[in-house]
Design a protein. Structure first.
Length: 202
């Protein structure tokens, strides 16, 4: 399925992870989508980290994305470079490789990285500071460039938190407003494993 940039498009990050980034010029693969970058204070989607090589990464700004082509789950996985077409493998499409830039070239990305407040992979707590799970996935409206939903998992339980219920994103946790049915659920001890910061280089 081909999803055009100017339509209302929402995807989970997990559906886009490791997609090839393809140039419209000859459908050439120019990199691989590695991680999303968000403005933690506004929920704005700023772009993707794109892996170009072993130690080479650049930023694909949100407004440089031309199309998003979903993976076909019935096809064998493969990149554009392996002989599979974009429709078969899925791809994030840009006009050219020149759209990929260094993070210091995009002021908003630079500010987001300096804030060091990750969302994806972060601990989620309620307004009382009680641990309610971990942000295992996020949904993004790519037409608006905005995070729409946190997908939180705690043990065997999974639930969604809309962006409107996000109270604050801190360096150590995402604070959310939760419903009573979640508050009444099984409590878990706060976990101290490191967050998977979507905006920080490995």
């Amino acid at each position: 399925m081909q999803l055009f940039y100017n339509e209302l498009v929402q995807n989970k990050w997990s559906e886009l992870a490791n997609l090839p980034v393809a140039s419209l010029a000859g459908t050439r693969k120019v990199g691989v989508v590695e991680a999303p970058i968000f403005n933690a204070s506004t929920g704005s989607f700023l772009g993707f980290w794109v892996k170009l090589g072993w130690l080479n990464r650049k930023v694909l700004p949100w407004n440089a994305i031309r199309e998003i082509e979903e993976r076909d789950p019935n096809r064998i996985k493969g990149g554009v470079h392996s002989g599979a077409s974009r429709a078969e493998s899925g791809a994030v499409v840009v006009s050219s490789s020149d759209e990929l830039v260094a993070p210091q070239d995009v002021i908003r990305v630079q500010e987001a990285l300096k804030a060091r407040c990750p969302i994806l992979g972060q601990r989620a707590v309620n307004e009382s500071g009680e641990y309610i799970g971990r942000v295992k996935d996020v949904s993004v409206d790519f037409a608006q460039g905005m995070l729409t939903t946190l997908h939180i998992v705690k043990g065997k339980f999974a639930f969604d938190i809309p962006r409107e219920k996000i109270v604050e994103v801190r360096a150590d946790a995402v604070v959310v407003e939760v419903e009573e049915k979640i508050k009444a659920g099984e409590r878990a001890t706060a976990q101290n494993e490191p967050a998977l910061a979507e905006g920080e280089p490995a």
